[in-house]
Design a protein around this ligand. Structure first.
Ligand code: GDP
Ligand code: ZN
Length: 478
């Protein structure tokens, strides 16, 4: 890319930027130094006002055949999305029209864009940094309200601002350290500068560490909250699953052991993306090899889940004649889940306790159930579902955070890796500079390394490999 840019021969590209398939209006984008030719040769517009829509007949530059009548827009660089001269056609979305437009653009010696190529050019022209690009990709893929909010903030530069600010702090510190190296004879004055600088580094370490200790909120929101529905056979796990995904996705029968493998389905619950897993009932005694394997998988899944929905059959609680906390403790022990959900001093991890089949119990018992922190529902009558949704929403909020109200969170494992490295370099710097005898030049190198790690996140320093991974997650036309 850099070579072709130096030669000034970066080709002009085009693509359909709106969705595939028949639609009312389709958007075709053209970007590159020759983009204006598309307007001249296909619409006779010669000196269009920038960013204004012109309704024109659009024709084939060679045959002069009219293809369609549509809106034409001119976005001169560098203020366009890509930073290059760009043209946009908004035409009717029929496939014959689009084929004809594409063929017309081909005749102008433009070439079809690769996936993410418009955005790639925007990146190389300094219009967006990598975190904004990732935000943009997430925005396009966002399926729930909260994902959309997080992606929009990131595309708008909230992570970029944060990381650039940290880079600026480091570069100022580095300047101070270099001054110290140059003038270290004047001990009193410069020694003071070093103390102040080291305090700045310490403060930065704690800021980055706090940012790292976010419980992976942003990452979980980006990919979905892995939620396992766990419980004895026949308590109503599959019934709840079907309700939460809003369709009859899994088989519900009165026969225990119907669900044998982990079944994962995506759901949008209160704006949060949820990967819901229905699991095999945790039976205590079974000889069935398939069921034993199913139970092993259910437990394995629960161990790594972000949230567990622990289901209980209200009628078996009644039959037990225990008080509820006692019953719950026994239940968790019998399921051999006590390591995963500790019931001793409250629940040790994200877990919602759901007591199902309240239609089968007396009003008196229902009152009893309301005394403890569990949600009582009936999958048959849908009683208690409002309350269930509220408590799930609260849990998802703690797990994923609230992107519009809280500080920006890390959304990709890639960010986490570089931030962790950054902190390590800074700690190494502090460690070196606290030694009796040390080489300040080598210590300063650690600050440079730390800055490089931040630069890798925002893309000041990037390898083709990282860029390829990011840009191929875009569709063609973006
Ligand atoms: P799973 O084995 O835990 O997945 O339980 P299922 O969802 O397959 O349900 C087991 C049986 O309990 C089925 O016959 C369901 O119709 C029944 N069931 C589920 N929820 C309720 C409920 O709230 N009330 C009553 N009375 N029966 C239910
Ligand atoms: Zn089931």
């Amino acid at each position: 890319i850099l070579l072709t840019r130096m030669n000034g021969t970066l080709s002009t590209i085009y693509a359909l930027s709106s969705g595939q398939g028949k639609c009312g209006v389709a958007v075709v984008r053209v970007s590159g130094s020759a983009a204006i030719e598309a307007l001249r040769k296909m619409t006779n517009l010669t000196n269009p006002e920038p960013r204004r829509a012109f309704l024109r007949k659009i024709f084939d530059p060679v045959t002069r055949d009219v293809i369609d009548k549509g809106l034409c827009l001119w976005f001169p660089g560098p203020t366009s999305f890509t930073g290059e001269d760009s043209v946009e056609f908004q035409v009717h979305g029929g496939s014959a029209i689009l084929q004809a437009i594409m063929s017309a653009l081909g005749k102008l010696k433009f070439r079809p864009a690769e996936p993410g190529e418009f955005t790639k050019r925007a990146f190389y022209n300094g219009k967006l940094d990598l975190t904004e690009i990732e935000g943009l990709a997430d925005l396009i893929h966002a399926e729930t309200e909260q994902q959309r909010k997080q992606a929009l903030l990131q595309a708008d530069g909230n992570l970029k601002k944060l990381y650039n600010n940290w880079k600026a702090i480091l570069s100022k510190s580095l300047a101070h350290i270099e001054a110290y190296i140059d003038f270290s004879e004047d001990d009193n004055l410069e020694g003071n500068i070093l103390t102040i600088t080291n305090q700045t580094i310490k403060d930065l370490i704690s800021m980055i560490s706090k940012h790292l200790a976010d419980g992976r909120k942003g990452e979980i929101l980006r990919v979905g909250v892995r939620t396992a529905i766990i419980g004895r056979p026949n308590v109503g796990k599959s019934s709840l699953m079907n309700y939460l995904v809003q369709r009859n996705a899994v088989i519900v029968t009165p026969i225990a052991g119907t669900t044998r493998d982990v079944v994962e389905l995506n759901a949008n619950i209160c704006g949060y993306p949820v990967i819901l897993a229905d699991t095999a009932g945790l039976a205590e005694r079974t000889q069935d090899i398939v069921e034993i394997e199913g139970i092993r998988r259910a437990k394995g899944y629960a161990k790594h889940a972000d949230l567990i929905i622990l289901m209980i059959d209200a009628s078996s609680f009644v039959a037990s004649q225990l008080d509820f906390p006692e019953y719950l403790k026994n239940y968790i022990n019998q399921l051999e889940m006590s390591e995963i959900i500790s019931a001793d001093n409250g629940l040790s991890r994200n877990c919602v306790i759901v007591v199902n089949k309240t239609d089968l119990i007396e009003e008196e018992v229902k009152k009893e159930l309301r005394k403890i922190e569990a949600v009582s529902i009936s999958c048959t009558t849908e009683e208690g579902f409002g309350e269930l949704m509220e408590s799930l929403e609260k849990k998802f909020q703690t797990i994923c955070g609230n992107p519009s109200r809280e500080d920006p969170t890390i959304s990709q494992a890639r960010h986490r890796t570089h931030l962790t490295n950054c902190v390590e370099y800074l700690e190494k710097y502090l460690e070196m500079s606290s030694r009796e005898k040390y080489d300040m030049v080598i210590a300063a190198q650690q600050i440079r390394n730390a800055m490089r790690e931040l630069g890798k996140i925002t893309g000041d320093i990037s390898t083709e490999e990282i860029l390829d991974i990011i840009f191929t997650s875009f569709c063609i036309g973006k």
